[in-house]
Write a protein that binds this ligand. Structure first.
Ligand SMILES: Cc1cc2nc3c(=O)[nH]c(=O)nc-3n(C[C@H](O)[C@H](O)[C@H](O)COP(=O)(O)OP(=O)(O)OC[C@H]3O[C@@H](n4cnc5c(N)ncnc54)[C@H](O)[C@@H]3O)c2cc1C
Length: 503
């Protein structure tokens, strides 16, 4: 008798983009799938909720960049229209406005990276500094997201890489470091050069429109996750909140037979983990079974980063020139962004005063400040960018501290990251820190790795159809040629040079 999907129980742990993605696809394929989430809401880092006063809050506002094809496709399939049009953005330093970005897809298309270079409106950065980025194009072509490329670049810091390639001090400080703080949540000396190249290529350099971004017109929780969870349940999936998984059960031949959640056991024929690095480290340290495997013990070598998400309600309308803004140079190792929610979110469209979201990345030193001190600091920093904030009165605020929330792609961390397949052959991994060759980052990567894990479950049981994962758009022809020439030269030199030097 052939087995059916309904007879296969899959437990997914963690209800962020990765876990919801895996659960939805497996439920659609008829699997008996249960998603266990430790928190009170699905959504993970992107969860949103209402305060007791009925205000919507979320742990930081989330952008959806032009190449997020899989998320855009999902949202279309769910019949949702949660997004704003593409928005323009600005960048500020303590000296004031530094950069304004256009909507790149509206400008005449040029071979990458010319469009990014020519259409970005730098207010102060001299041309000579901008030109000092050119030699970096070699590293961009050399880093092709392969395992070898990651191993070659991962042990170097991003700052060291930019220095080696002759990037000027000003370009690094005013442009690359802010991008690293916002994209990888850490300053250059704490970021892997491999992660920096992968992230910058995906978000900015691969194709001219890649830096274009849309936002949800409400919290992602309300506008995407709520209707998505309803669809998951309609397809037969179970989404259980307040369920913290603390161990995995293995049978006598080392296969997973379920997970432990407090006093309860959820039996399973396959398990997908979709939790953050910090969440996984906690599970491993409390798990007598996972600790037996070196690849899980090694996770203790990975780290995570603190972020702070704040929302301020002001007593008056303030003219914020562009809806999304990135800021640098205010604290030496912290980057921050601010968003005009009146312009982005329906709930605040008709609000009499301005509502601002300000999120701080690598916010270690800010987390221990009191709420009042944080509000004062946010208002002070905002006033440097938009002076009208100085006289405004903050009438309400929300402060969310996300301690050790986001993955730290530290130099040397690649060797400890896990792939979707683990040494426990029916236990799979997903999440924005899990190794994939897809090439995406952040929310899109998390969602893609969830689908990849679901596909491995489908492959292992031979039941159901695999999810169609949209690949990132291929490299432009001149980049493809540069990569091919480079690989050929590298191949020839490696064939006769001994492996004597450090990679
Ligand atoms: C302030 C901020 C701003 C950001 N901005 C952007 C942006 O603009 N664009 C973008 O694309 N990305 C952004 N990101 C990154 C993005 O949020 C993440 O890449 C993405 O949400 C990761 O999803 P995930 O599914 O991998 O993990 P997570 O969202 O971390 O989900 C993991 C889930 O696992 C649960 N869990 C943990 N331990 C257990 C356990 N033992 N048992 C059961 N459940 C458990 C957690 O509660 C959580 O719900 C931002 C992040 C932050 C914090």
């Amino acid at each position: 008798m052939t087995e059916t999907a309904q007879q296969k129980r899959v437990v997914v742990v963690g209800a962020g983009w990765a876990g919801l993605g895996a659960t939805y696809h497996l439920a659609q394929q008829g699997y008996d799938v249960t998603l266990l989430e430790a928190g009170p809401y699905p959504g993970g880092l992107v969860a949103g909720w209402k305060t007791t006063e009925g205000r919507s809050v979320e742990g930081g506002i989330h952008g959806f960049w032009y190449p997020y094809s899989n998320i855009f496709s999902l949202v279309r399939e769910l019949g949702l229209q949660p997004f704003t049009p593409f928005t323009r953005s600005a960048q500020y330093s303590p000296a004031g406005l530094e950069v304004e970005s256009p909507i790149f897809q509206d400008e005449p298309q040029l071979p990458t990276p010319l469009g990014t270079f020519l259409y970005t409106r730098f207010k102060r950065l001299p041309l000579i500094d901008r030109l000092s980025a050119l030699p970096l194009l070699y590293a961009i072509a050399d880093f092709d997201n392969s395992d070898e490329a990651w191993r070659r670049y991962d042990k170097v810091t991003a700052r060291e890489l930019f220095k080696q390639f002759g990037v000027s001090a000003r370009l690094y400080k005013d442009s690359f470091e802010p991008m690293l703080l916002v994209g990888l949540f850490a300053p250059g000396e704490q970021c892997s050069a491999a992660a920096a190249l992968g992230m910058l290529y995906y978000f900015i350099l691969a194709h001219q429109p890649n830096f274009d971004v849309v936002w949800c017109r409400g919290t992602v929780g309300e506008t995407i996750f709520k209707p998505w969870v309803q669809q998951i349940e309609k397809a037969g999936g179970k989404v259980l909140i307040n369920q913290r998984v603390n161990d995995v059960l293995l049978d006598e031949i080392g296969k997973t037979k379920g997970v432990v959640c407090g006093d309860e056991v959820f039996e399973a024929d396959a398990v997908i983990f979709a939790v953050s690095v910090s969440g996984m480290k906690k599970i491993v340290s409390g798990s007598s079974t996972l600790k037996k495997y070196q690849q899980f013990r090694d996770l203790q070598n990975l780290g995570a980063i603190d972020v702070l998400a704040t929302k301020l309600w002001c007593d008056r309308k303030i003219n914020v020139p562009l809806p999304s803004n990135a800021c640098f140079g205010f604290d030496s190792t912290t980057g921050w962004t601010f968003f005009d929610l009146n312009a982005l979110q329906d709930e605040y469209k008709d609000e009499p005063g301005t509502v601002i979201e300000a999120d701080f990345y690598h916010a270690n030193q800010l987390l221990s400040m009191s709420d009042e001190e944080i509000v004062e600091k946010v208002q002070r920093d905002l006033a440097v960018c938009v002076p009208e904030f100085r006289d405004a009165k903050v009438i309400d605020s929300s402060i969310i501290r996300v301690s050790q929330g986001v993955t730290h792609f530290a130099p040397g961390s690649y060797q400890y990251l896990l792939s979707a397949k683990t040494n426990i052959h029916n236990l799979f991994m997903s999440g924005d820190w899990v190794i994939t060759r897809h090439g995406s980052w952040s929310q899109e990567k998390a969602y893609v790795t969830g689908l990849e894990a679901a596909n491995l479950v489908i492959k292992s049981f031979g039941i159901g159809n695999k999810a169609n994962i949209i690949p990132v758009e291929p490299d432009e022809p001149h980049i493809q040629i540069a990569r091919t020439v480079n690989q050929t030269v590298r191949g020839i030199s490696e064939s006769f040079l001994p492996k004597f030097w450090l990679p």
